[in-house]
Design a binder for this molecule. Structure first.
Ligand code: PEP
Ligand code: MG
Length: 885
């Protein structure tokens, strides 16, 4: 028997279910679930994602048996709806739309009115007694089919439509008569033939086959591919294809179409939120061609439908126990639901909805914690306009995606991308956006559109990206050719600064001051629950007392990495470091180190004091030498004076220190092995700071960390140095300090020999930046030029410097953990590479049994949330970073 590739839904019964997203895609699963709930859904069927994958495997051919199943289910639809596909009296028309497991807004377009041809058109006209309606549907179908299925530029049709409107002296499509549209349909068929060198297909089955193939084909379309790459969605999932009976929102003023959210997706407020258009088809709402009105107004226009819609959305929300995004169409007073799925939301809305739903007893605290997307929390840490700033508001649009953005105006997505590559901050200004603009939207600081509603492409996509967006700002007129936009008398040119407030919809002239937002009570509540459910500790990477304070504010449980070389970037200090590196004698180095010791000591006092008795891991110097060597002759001359060494000699020394591969050169503990006095000074500064604070009854827990160890003897020798100094210092101060000495595991050899190293280390901290660099043989400093291409081309699924490469680096980590703990059973282990704040990596760290992760202060809430979710998900740890919310 052939594999089942097609799942029917209709007449209150569906073969699929809501939890079959992998197979039926989000839309297909939603349609099946709604049908089973007894909600009015036009009949149809879903062709599975497996069929899509099989289609590509077979060289773009249907898998065996699929078409037969399509024909069978089409018969069921015909029976259910009492209509026949291609019939000359009562023809069934279909919509064909893609729907993958993860929603990809605007990525794959829907074909409506499929099944129309010269014969069925007449039947529709006779049946509806509405010639205008028939021809309107036909000209739309020809355009969509040509554009979406056959790839003809939509403008070829739109231009003809515009000419017709001009000739007739009308502004809107709705003002065109039946005869106008009839003429247009004929012209459109001619354009089709001219462009594709064949007639517009009259066989409805042929149309269906071509549309299904196009849906499958679009999975590997450039736009969809880019979206998946940007969002870390696997290219292997495939898309499902939904074929469904058409219902018409454009059959007069008792018809309409709309999209809505069961709660406000921007703020989370518990209020039905959406937009609709009377006498319109779905594409009009989504594309932002006409600006829709709030859904609440439907209550006046079509009260029965509104009441029914309210009942349905409440039923759906209760069933799914989540905020939903729904699409509906009303055909001559009858309401149909076309789609439901978990609604995309801003981070603050996600928090509010989760907290409220716990209060409403719809969900429990654990689910509330699992509902928040850790990566999305970033949004809350977005900038906002300083409330005290005086700003000049020039226009107001819809507050489509919160936050604020400042940048220079740019009018095309490509230019936005090019500007971002040059590190320029730009605001993308478009009449309306399309999926082609994704790259530019991503690259821009913010997005401003002249048309479209809160559910337009720009709004939905920007919200998903967590990017500030003001949409539907009708007050601005854009002239793409002249690269300007005008607001009243004011002209803004390309390159002029503007500021957007995505929370209010304000467009502001010039550069406003931006500030970090305040976090709300909902955030605090979620974080309290997060702390209840997480096992993994969360520390911060912090190099200054100020960073330490910020980290504590975010709830850091210690410092996992204090990079001491970062303390030397300041002008006065870097000189002393240079003197130390460039001196030829131990005396010279001692002299420079003497200058550095008090500076270091005061830093450590500041940090240890700030952390109030929490552990502080201080890493001894790990300078890639090239970052510290003098770069100009002036620097060398200045140094020669202060060091009292001839310029030539100093120049020669500087040249001798040049390295071909500084990242693999004289850095980390290699510096300590060759010049132990450097680590000695640092150990002394740490221990003196710790002793002085202890004497003042301030609790301190210093953890001294030796970097870049590859061989046990490196650690053995460095430990001896540090231990000797620590003992001397403690004796000198006549006090007691709880200190430990550990190492980083950041070279493959260290991971492989972790059992040999363990006796000399009190703790391990994984330096996954270097571990990734050395495992892959990828230079951290140079990989940026080609790694993005690797990800784009699918060579790598993810950038290994962003998320831990679990199959390579991760295996080394597991090995080191096992080997280390085979010697010291309870050895404390953490991670301090950049991965420590990345949700998927945090889940991995939980799974492999680390004690803590350490990340930049602003990522602490994200790391904590990911840690709690990993714990709640159990050892199987679902892939949280790709949650559908
Ligand atoms: C690391 O290598 O992961 C690490 C934390 O050290 P650094 O980034 O300073 O080399
Ligand atoms: Mg490192």
């Amino acid at each position: 028997m052939a594999k089942k590739y097609v799942y029917f839904f209709g007449n209150k019964k569906a073969e699929g279910k809501g939890d079959m997203k992998d197979l039926l895609g989000g839309k297909g699963a939603g349609l099946a679930e709604m049908t089973n709930l007894g909600i009015p859904v036009p009949s149809g069927f879903t062709i599975t994602t497996e069929a899509c994958n099989a289609f590509f495997k077979a060289g773009k051919k249907h898998p065996s048996g699929m078409w037969k199943q399509v024909e069978n289910d089409l018969k069921k639809v015909e029976k259910d709806m009492g209509m026949k596909f291609g019939d000359s009296k009562n023809p069934l028309l279909l919509s064909v739309r893609s729907g993958a497991k993860f929603s990809m807004p605007g990525m794959m377009d829907t074909v409506l009115n499929l099944g129309l041809n010269d014969v069925t058109l007449q039947a529709i006209i006779n049946k509806t007694n509405n010639k205008r309606f028939g021809y309107d549907a036909y000209r739309r179908f020809i355009t969509m089919f040509a554009n979406i299925v056959m790839g003809v530029d939509r403008m070829k049709f739109e231009n003809v439509l515009e000419v017709m409107k001009e000739q007739k002296g009308v502004a809107n499509d709705t003002d065109l008569t039946a005869e106008d549209l009839e003429k247009l349909s004929e012209q459109f068929k001619k354009i089709y033939k001219k462009e594709l060198k064949k007639d517009f297909p009259q066989d409805p089955y042929e149309q269906l086959k071509m549309a299904i193939n196009a849906v499958f084909g679009s999975w590997f379309g450039e736009r969809a591919y880019k979206y998946r790459t940007l969002n870390g969605i696997s290219h292997d999932l495939g898309t499902a294809c939904n074929v469904q009976t058409m219902v018409f929102g454009n059959m007069g003023n008792t018809s309409g179409t709309g999209v809505a959210f069961t709660r406000n997706p921007s703020t989370g407020e518990k209020k039905f939120f959406g937009e609709f258009l009377l006498n319109a088809q779905g594409e009009d709402v989504v594309a932002g061609i006409r600006t829709p009105v709030p859904v609440s107004r439907l209550q006046k226009k079509l009260p029965k439908c509104y009441d029914q819609l309210v009942k349905i959305y409440k039923k759906l929300e209760k069933h799914y126990k989540d905020m939903l995004d729904i699409e509906f169409t009303i055909q001559e007073g009858t309401l149909y639901m076309l789609q439901t799925r978990v609604g995309k939301r801003t981070a603050s809305a996600a928090l509010r909805i989760a907290v409220n739903m716990v209060k409403e007893k719809l969900i429990d605290k654990k689910i509330a914690v699992q509902r928040i997307d850790p990566a999305q929390l970033d949004q809350l840490l977005h900038l906002m306009i300083d409330p005290k700033a005086k700003v000049e508001k020039i226009a107001k649009g819809l507050p489509a995606s919160p936050g604020a953005a400042v940048g220079t105006v740019i009018f095309t997505a490509d230019e936005a991308e090019a500007a971002a590559e040059k590190n320029e901050k730009v605001i993308l200004v478009r009449t309306e956006t399309s999926p082609d603009d994704i790259g530019g939207m991503y690259a821009a600081q913010g997005i401003l559109t002249a048309r479209g509603g809160m559910t337009s492409h720009a709004a939905v996509v920007a919200r998903g990206m967590g990017k500030c967006c003001v949409a539907g700002c009708g007050a601005i007129t854009i002239n793409d050719e002249k690269k300007i936009f005008t607001v009243g008398d004011l002209t803004i040119k390309e390159g002029d600064y503007i500021t957007l407030n995505g929370t209010t919809g304000d467009v502001i002239l010039g550069e406003a001051k931006l500030v970090k937002p305040k976090l709300t009570g909902d955030f605090d509540q979620i974080m309290i629950w997060v702390d209840q459910y997480r096992k993994l500790g969360v520390r911060a990477n912090a190099d200054t007392p100020h960073d330490a304070k910020v980290a504590l504010g975010f709830g850091a449980e210690g410092i996992g990495l204090c990079r001491t070389e970062h303390m030397f970037f300041e002008e006065s200090r870097i000189k002393a470091v240079r003197e130390m590196i460039l001196s030829n004698s131990i005396e010279g180095r001692q002299k420079a180190l003497k200058k550095l010791l008090p500076m270091q000591k005061s830093d450590f006092i500041g940090i240890l004091k700030e952390m109030k008795g929490l552990p502080v891991t201080i890493r001894l110097l790990d300078p890639p030498l090239h970052e510290f060597l003098p770069h100009t002759d002036e620097d060398i001359k200045a140094l020669s004076k202060s060091m009292e060494v001839p310029v030539d000699k100093l120049r020669a020394k500087n040249a001798s220190l040049h390295e071909f591969n500084p990242m693999l050169g004289h850095r980390g503990c290699r510096l300590g092995v060759t010049y132990p006095e450097i680590y000695e000074m640092q150990a002394r500064a740490i221990m003196e700071a710790a002793c002085e604070l202890t004497k003042k009854k301030i609790k301190v827990i210093p953890e001294i960390m030796i970097p870049l160890v590859g061989h046990v003897n490196e650690l053995k020798q460095m430990r001896e140095v540090v231990e000797r100094v620590a003992k001397e210092t403690i004796a000198k101060y006549k006090t007691k300090v709880n200190y430990t000495i550990g190492t980083m595991i950041e070279l493959p050899r260290a991971a492989i020999t972790a059992d040999e190293i363990a006796p000399f280390a009190d703790f391990y901290s994984f330096g996954t930046n270097d571990l990734t660099q050395t495992t892959y043989g990828l230079s951290r400093d140079d990989a940026g030029t080609f790694l993005p291409t690797y990800v784009e081309k699918g060579v790598l699924e993810d950038d290994p410097f962003v998320t831990i490469d679990q199959k390579g680096v991760g295996v080394l980590m597991k090995m080191a953990i096992e080997k280390g703990r085979s010697v010291k059973k309870k050895m404390k282990m953490g991670i301090c590479g950049e991965h420590g704040g990345e949700p998927r990596s945090v889940v991995f760290c939980h799974q492999v049994g680390l004690n803590y992760v350490s990340c930049s202060p602003y990522r602490i809430p994200i790391a904590k949330l990911a840690a709690a979710q990993a714990n709640l998900a159990g050892t199987g740890g679902k892939d949280l970073s790709k949650s559908t919310v």
